[in-house]
Design a protein around this ligand. Structure first.
Ligand code: NAD
Ligand code: DAU
Length: 352
């Protein structure tokens, strides 16, 4: 038995593959384009492991994907591959349209052709699981109820619009062709291997480097944080027992304002790695220009996943955020590798 995982060298994909092979002997074929966000190092601990086969390539390359499907005969395809950073989608949406919409379309075409020629028994158990985001639902007011799966799609950024389009394509391939699909819409993840362009790893990195900790606008935007391995366990539950054609919201019941998240990070760093001058990292906080069209609040109602599939997160924000800070302190070489070169160009374009 084999599964094909796309976007496996990125933050969540790598955590998923590492978790999967930590808990089962079912092999994994990894497909990743190795964009700026994809890092082969994330999977280095699997080098030489016969259960893991890494392929460098694009989900939009139908010839490659079809050949991989024919060769490895996976029982499931899990699609994590995407352009994922909202700020990059604002400065340059093109890649988001290309990978998130056209890439998902081409991947669906390859998978459909593979699935249609499977013997009936294998076609019946085959699954295509699409990993999506809560951002497709748009923004909530302070008093609004959390997003359920029934919430209408109101994407506000080029990133979320491209993810919404991919969700619709996945839905249509089920409705029209009967492709056995599942979709998960998850809230903000954090944890090991998180690329330091995103709030939590960026703040840890900047704090240790003595740089400003940039807070967009008033810092009162709310995100619902989920430790990444809890996202992985949710995806495994949905893959195993999710109802075909349905969507599942995944979240940690951990709503936090950005400023509070940053202050928490500073407090943990003050304990774990105090500044040489004895002052708090919180002194490095700087309020900067807001993100255009910045969504004010996301909150996920993960009740369906709990009621129907018995999933609950294992980590609280307090346990997860400590583990995360510890991981970054223990993996400074990983951070140094990532933050050389092209990363610096992005930082100066975005923040100056
Ligand atoms: P990431 O940017 O860290 O990783 C994306 C990976 O996809 C990279 O390894 C990249 O090289 C690869 N990739 C990009 N384009 C590709 C292509 N055309 N073909 C093959 N590989 C390609 O992203 P992430 O944070 O790990 O997110 C993974 C998925 O989860 C995305 O679909 C994202 O929308 C979704 N998601 C992320 C979060 C979050 O908080 N990070 C929350 C909910 C959902
Ligand atoms: O909600 C799920 C989404 O979470 C995923 O679909 C996206 O792929 C993922 O990137 C994430 O999107 P956000 O925009 O919420 O994440 P980010 O870490 O970029 O920002 C978190 C919040 O912090 C957001 O309100 C913007 C703010 N922020 C971010 C950065 C990078 C700052 O205030 N300063 C910053 O420098």
């Amino acid at each position: 038995m084999t599964i094909l995982v796309t976007g496996s060298a990125g933050f969540i994909g790598a955590n998923f593959v590492l978790d999967w092979l930590g808990g089962t002997d079912e092999s994994v074929v990894s497909l990743d384009k190795l964009t700026y966000a994809g890092n082969r190092q994330n999977l280095a601990s699997l080098d030489g492991d016969s259960r893991h086969h890494f392929v460098h390539g694009d989900i939009a390359d139908q010839a490659l994907v079809s050949a991989l499907l024919a060769q490895h005969q996976p029982r499931a395809v899990l699609n994590f591959a995407a352009e994922s950073h909202v700020d990059r989608s604002i400065l340059g949406p093109e890649e988001f349209i290309q990978t998130n919409i056209v890439g998902t379309f081409r991947l669906l075409e390859s998978v459909k052709a593979y699935w249609q020629q499977l013997p009936a028994e294998r076609a019946g158990t085959f699954r295509f699981l699409h990993v999506s985001t809560d951002e497709v639902y748009g923004s909530l007011g302070a008093a609004d109820a959390a997003f359920t799966e029934q919430h209408q799609y109101e994407p506000n950024s080029p990133y979320s619009a491209s993810k919404a389009a991919s969700d619709h394509l996945v839905r249509a391939y089920h409705h029209t062709y009967g492709l056995p699909v599942l979709t998960t819409n998850c809230s903000n993840n954090y944890g090991p291997y998180h690329f330091p362009e995103k709030l939590i790893p960026l703040v840890i990195h900047n704090a240790l480097a003595g740089k400003e900790l940039p807070i967009y606008g008033d810092g009162q935007q709310v995100r619902d944080w989920l430790y990444v391995t809890d996202h992985c366990s949710a995806i495994r539950r949905v893959l195993a027992d999710g109802k075909l054609g349905e969507t599942y919201n995944v979240g940690g019941w951990n709503e936090k304002a950005n400023l509070d998240v940053v202050k928490t990070l500073c407090a943990i760093l003050d304990q774990e790695q105090p500044r040489a001058d004895g002052r708090s990292y919180a002194e490095q906080i700087a309020f900067v220009k807001d993100r255009p069209g910045h969504d004010r609040r996301y909150a996920i109602d993960a009740g369906k996943l709990e009621r129907e599939l018995g999933w609950k997160p294992a980590e609280t924000f307090e346990t997860g955020i400590r583990k995360t800070v510890r991981w970054y302190l223990d993996h400074q070489a990983w951070v140094a590798h990532i933050t050389s070169g092209a990363y610096r160009e992005w930082m100066s374009k975005q923040y100056q």
